[in-house]
Design a protein around this ligand. Structure first.
Ligand SMILES: Cc1cc2nc3c(=O)[nH]c(=O)nc-3n(C[C@H](O)[C@H](O)[C@H](O)COP(=O)(O)OP(=O)(O)OC[C@H]3O[C@@H](n4cnc5c(N)ncnc54)[C@H](O)[C@@H]3O)c2cc1C
Length: 490
């Protein structure tokens, strides 16, 4: 068994790749190399195109079989996998792709998906081998730097550390107590940073598996069963909520697995072409750099640039603001966020990007007020003051809307920008356009097809043809079932 990692320069030239991803991955690889070295055969690293390198190794070693994880990646990795498949078939080499999560390849129907997820996650975890006999004569290479791969420094000074040890530490600390107030803390940008598990980059890059995360969570829930203290009750409630999110991870990835076009094209045909094909560069830049004149939104974007992470609600909010208030094309803003998230997972990212942009046709339209979210999630202004120091002297009551302050002229329009859009007017205009496109039988018929292929089965709502009587109520319930993670005021 030869443990092999191929660094693919072309993958790192794709528009969704960033230095923070590669730096995280190279820390993971160094950690993996040390663990494998203890077993006898360190990690072999090669830099180049997979098919060329497999060919080269096959000439000197004779490959009997390939074992890899099964990837739901972007369009580029999908095409690469096809090329590897052809290469292996032509040489009579079996390629075993091991499913990593609850995503099912070549899924016929979504019915029974959640039960299959539970079954898959309950399967026994395979132990690592006790030893790996070394294989002589296979050269290894030094891991390239981000700069070697053409990735410029992206200023992620507070990025999470890579490597399995870091991931396991997070899982352990979350289950041991850090997650106790998960439900209460998750949506606040400050408390969420410690109250959420922070496992996302590890699940995305494969240093911690979904199965071990699910099993460790279930085991902790079993330990807590029957304990009647307030702490135990709070922890139980948090872990039930957390388990649900583990499902969502794969529920979203399954969408991209079933329809890779989600990366590029609006899921619902009636919602295509509503937004301009190319983003207004000034609006895009203001949003991306946290210079929109809306303090809470700007604090989120700046914090994301420096840390590589945002909680779920803030991700939904920054996407909604870009897609509705600025009416920017989601593919471009989605690419920016993909590069900013250390945990970039195409299968979650693109379906979520479309969902928060209102282009799936099956989800409730959610347009977040960045001012209301600021008041709700940052009532003391601590988060805004930390990331938008230009506003440090603005009184608390005006911090989320500094233009309302008597002394605004000293700051707003000088050291801090004026709001780049009128929030109310842009929200109303976006609603008109989106709801205008969601009318008529043809829209709903197409939405039914999408629901059948991608939607949650939680609602148990009958599909087209059986819903004439109370179609409106059913649709409302259906939309709610598809947005069950968003049960809060906007
Ligand atoms: C526009 C947008 C883009 C997103 N892009 C990504 C992405 O590229 N990679 C990514 O991992 N998550 C993405 N998410 C989902 C979610 O915001 C993150 O998974 C979460 O914030 C990660 O922090 P955590 O690990 O502490 O989460 P926790 O709350 O501790 O949740 C545990 C795990 O459950 C999964 N999870 C949690 N929430 C969701 C969700 N809403 N949808 C799907 N899975 C979820 C993640 O794997 C997460 O690590 C995106 C959300 C939005 C709105």
């Amino acid at each position: 068994m030869l443990p092999l990692y191929i660094v693919e320069p072309e993958l790192w030239r794709q528009p969704d790749a960033a230095a923070r991803h590669w730096k995280f991955v190279s820390e993971c690889l160094q950690d993996l190399d040390q663990s494998l070295g203890k077993l006898g055969q360190p990690l072999v690293v090669r830099v180049g195109e997979v098919v060329d390198l497999l060919d080269e190794i096959n000439r000197s070693q004779v490959i009997n079989a390939l074992w890899s994880h099964e990837e739901t990646g972007n369009a580029w990795t999908f095409a690469r996998d096809k090329a590897v498949g052809v290469w292996a078939r032509e040489r009579g080499i079996d390629w075993h792709e091991i499913p990593q999560h609850g995503v099912q390849r070549r899924l016929g129907s979504r019915n029974g998906w959640a039960m299959a997820w539970d079954r898959q996650m309950a399967e026994a975890i395979v132990d690592p081998p006790l030893a790996l006999p070394p294989i002589a004569g296979v050269a290894t290479q030094v891991l390239p730097s981000a700069r070697d791969l053409g990735l410029s420094d992206d200023g992620c000074v507070n990025r999470q550390s890579g490597g399995r040890h870091a991931g396991i530490d997070l899982l352990d600390s979350f289950l041991a107590g850090r997650g106790q107030n998960y439900r209460r803390e998750m949506s606040n940008p400050l408390s969420g940073a410690t109250g959420c598990s922070r496992l996302s980059p590890h699940l995305a890059w494969g240093t911690v598996s979904m199965r071990e995360t699910a099993q460790a969570t279930w085991s902790r829930l079993r330990d807590l069963k029957g304990i009647d203290t307030p702490d135990a009750k709070a922890m139980r409630a948090s872990l039930v909520s957390f388990s649900g999110r583990l499902h969502w991870h794969c529920h979203f990835m399954q969408k991209l697995e079933n329809a890779p076009s989600i990366e590029f094209r609006e899921l619902h045909p009636a919602l295509r072409g509503l937004r301009p094909a190319v983003a207004d560069p000034a609006l895009l830049q203001a949003w991306a750099s946290g210079q929109t004149g809306f303090p809470f939104l700007d604090a989120c974007m700046r914090s994301l640039a420096a840390t590589g992470w945002l909680n779920f609600r803030m991700r939904a909010m920054v996407m909604s603001y870009a897609s509705y208030n600025l009416w920017l094309p989601w593919r471009e803003t989605g690419l920016h966020l993909a590069r900013q998230f250390t945990d970039y997972e195409p299968g979650i990212h693109w379906p979520q990007t479309q969902m928060q942009s209102g282009t799936t046709g099956i989800n409730t339209i959610r347009i977040y007020s960045v001012v209301k979210q600021g008041h709700d999630q940052d009532p003391t202004g601590a988060f805004v003051r930390r990331w938008v120091p230009e506003l440090a002297h603005v009184p608390d009551r005006c911090l989320q809307e500094p233009w309302t302050w008597d002394g605004a002229r000293r700051t707003v329009g000088r050291s801090y920008p004026e709001p780049i859009v009128d929030l109310k007017a842009s929200t109303a205009a976006a609603k008109d356009k989106i709801y205008g496109a969601r009318r008529g039988d043809a829209f709903h018929a197409a939405a039914d097809v999408i629901q059948d292929k991608h939607g949650s089965r939680k609602s148990q709502i009958p599909m087209t043809g059986q819903r004439k009587k109370s179609a409106t109520i059913k649709r409302a319930r259906l939309a709610k079932a598809n947005t069950d993670q968003l049960d809060f005021d906007l």
